[in-house]
Design a protein around this ligand. Structure first.
Ligand SMILES: N[C@@H](CCC(=O)N[C@@H](CS)C(=O)NCC(=O)O)C(=O)O
Length: 243
């Protein structure tokens, strides 16, 4: 019951269906509500989702509601949140218009939103095309490499008692990955088919964190040009401002 009460605080009135159910899965009944709820914090992973939701809002008028997760209270590990994301990390989204379907993992969130809400493929390609595959390749690459390595580099950079081996290992690997992006971007405007897509959004927020691990983009001019150009987009500015 305590978790139902906590859910009440977060989602508003709990319908009878949930009160009489043992399930913790929240229901979101109000038809007038905005279709998407984003649970996040303004970190590189959180901003991937807020930036793309802002892009969809600007392009199609898709509305979303933002709920900030309180890391200081470890809200991301509470049972109600684990119902949305068993991994206990941000971001997660809930799609009210699809029977409150929950999606976690930034790559899956971007793909889900693009496939369901970008009807004109302004930010992507059909999955079964070469370009669609390339989008997936760059997203898997970033989510298996760039994000985790930069995340670890940031962790070891902020240690009170430095561990140089660990810091160097993750900073060096991050630099190698910036070099991989440079191979692509030195003669391409964007990561896939010279069209701004979710592959770019997915990598952008980690590239934006380069200063936190002591890097300058001057070493990778193609990445720098790409980064500066994406940063000029109004939706990117709006998504970046989500705390
Ligand atoms: N692979 C996940 C990573 C998510 C992630 O690491 N989120 C961090 C913030 S950037 C988080 O929630 N950290 C809090 C925690 O680990 O408890 C994704 O792409 O969504």
């Amino acid at each position: 019951m305590a978790s139902v009460l906590r859910a009440t605080r977060r989602f508003g009135a709990i319908p009878n269906s949930l009160q009489s159910s043992s399930s913790l899965r929240p229901r979101y009944a109000t038809m007038a509500s905005k279709p998407i709820i984003l649970y996040a914090v303004g970190t590189p992973n959180g901003k991937k989702a807020s930036i793309f939701l802002e892009e969809l809002k600007a392009a199609y008028g898709l509305e979303y509601e933002y709920k900030k997760i309180d890391f200081s209270k470890t809200e991301q590990k509470e049972p109600w949140f684990l119902e949305l994301n068993p991994n206990g990390r941000i971001p997660a989204i809930v799609d009210r218009s699809k029977d409150n379907f929950a999606v976690f993992e930034t790559g899956a969130i971007l793909l889900y939103l693009q496939q369901h809400y970008d009807k004109e493929n302004r930010f992507g390609f059909d999955a079964a095309t070469k370009e669609g595959s390339e989008v997936q390749q760059w997203m898997f690459w970033a989510n298996a490499g760039l994000g985790p390595m930069m995340g670890q580099a940031g962790h070891f950079k902020n240690l009170k008692e430095p561990i140089p081996y660990a810091l160097n290992r993750y900073v060096d690997e991050s630099k190698r990955l910036f070099g991989v992006m440079e191979i692509r971007l030195k003669d391409h405007e964007y990561l896939v088919a010279n069209k701004y897509s979710i592959a770019d959004v997915n990598a952008y927020t980690w590239v934006a964190a380069h200063t936190f691990i002591g890097l300058s983009l001057d070493e990778w001019p193609g990445v720098k040009r790409w980064f500066d150009k994406i940063g000029e987009r109004e939706a990117v500015k709006a998504g970046n401002a989500v705390p």
